[in-house]
Design a protein around this ligand. Structure first.
Ligand SMILES: Nc1nc2c(ncn2[C@@H]2O[C@H](COP(=O)(O)OP(=O)(O)OP(=O)(O)O)[C@@H](O)[C@H]2O)c(=O)[nH]1
Ligand SMILES: [Mg+2]
Length: 321
């Protein structure tokens, strides 16, 4: 066991040993993996944890098939180009936000604790679909699976209520996440989850000075957006921000001798090169690729590009093998 693990790791490991619920055990293993500092010295431990996680997942899914897990537990399988999870205190407008940015129609109500199960919507965005998960509110006795949802998301959308005390509410949320070793800004250890702050109900905020100073204070660390699901103000900017924060690009493939058909892009990580894209599309392509031609919004109009050329969002590529 490497000696340089933070004490939090051993706290979680203790909880892991103490619980008999396999789904809780799984959350603790995932928590342990996120806490481990990522370097050569811990590679073996990381690999070991990953193996245990995948074994436990398969045990759980076998149990589920035979109807034997008991208790309520929710997780959402990833679909689409990315998974975005909403986080917020009761009544902040999470469900209204899900309805505003996706095709979903979930219940929105004046009173807190309206949502008690995860609700999923798909956001159509420039030929791709991004999965958005509305969640029950975060509160003191929130169920453990809620933190599992947060941990598995690609990004967190922290929804604050402009009518409330944004600074205080944000603190409350950060502390609740931290207690489960979920970090949204650089900490002493552990993985950092990408988070966007959304100040909802911005059509009605008598406390605008407080909000201005909150934004000024957090802008260096997070993307902060004001939106109103009532007026629709800021909603389009939020959709763009979600796409940007996922760090993905859409690349269209073109068949030789056919016209450009911008319909179904391949979703790739930002920074992907021509050769990586070739491999992503077809394992054999990597070996066989002779060259590629590129069409882009800016400089390229069918010119040949090098294999290590970095692709950009919206590029059209033609592979020659
Ligand atoms: N003025 C204003 N009210 C809003 C806005 N968005 C949501 N609301 C209201 O805020 C209340 C709560 O909205 P919900 O979407 O149910 O909030 P929630 O965060 O999902 O609540 P829980 O499921 O209980 O956690 C409702 O009465 C909404 O009509 C907004 O942009 N402006
Ligand atoms: Mg709700």
């Amino acid at each position: 066991m490497p000696a340089n693990l933070p004490p939090q790791y051993f706290d979680v490991e203790k909880k892991f040993r103490e619980t008999r619920d396999l789904r809780e055990k799984l959350l603790y293993l995932q928590e342990m993996l996120s806490i481990i500092p990522k370097h050569k010295g811990t590679e073996k431990l990381q690999a070991d944890l990953k193996t245990r996680i995948s074994k436990l997942k398969s045990t759980i899914s076998k149990q589920k098939k035979s109807g034997g897990t008991g208790g309520t537990w929710y997780q959402v399988e990833k679909q689409g180009a990315g998974q975005v999870v909403l986080v917020g205190l009761p009544n902040s407008g999470k469900s209204a936000l899900l309805n505003a940015i996706t095709n979903a129609h979930v219940e929105v109500a004046l009173y807190p604790f309206t949502t008690n199960l995860p609700q999923v919507g798909m956001m159509d965005y420039r030929d791709i679909k991004i999965q958005i998960i509305d969640t029950p509110p975060l509160y003191e006795d929130a169920p453990p699976w809620l933190f599992g949802l947060y941990r598995n998301g690609d990004i967190l959308l922290v929804v604050l209520d402009a009518q409330g005390d944004v600074r205080n509410d944000f603190e409350t949320i950060l502390n609740a996440l931290k207690a489960r070793n979920i970090f949204v800004s650089e900490g002493e250890f552990g993985d950092v989850k990408n988070a966007v702050i959304v100040i909802n109900k911005s059509d009605d905020n008598p406390k605008s000075d407080m909000i201005d100073s909150f934004i000024a204070q957090n802008r260096g660390t997070f993307d902060v957006l004001r939106v109103s699901t009532t007026t629709g103000g800021g909603v389009e900017q939020l959709r763009e921000q979600i796409f940007a924060s996922l760090h993905i690009i859409r690349v269209y493939t073109k068949k030789i001798g056919h016209p450009i058909d911008k319909k179904e892009p391949v979703v790739l990580k930002r920074g992907t090169t021509v050769i990586d894209a070739a491999e992503h599309i077809h394992k054999d392509f990597k070996k066989k690729l002779k060259f590629a031609r590129l069409w882009s919004d800016s400089d390229y109009n069918g010119q040949r590009v090098e294999k290590n050329h970095v692709l950009a969002d919206g590029d059209v590529i033609e592979f020659h093998v």
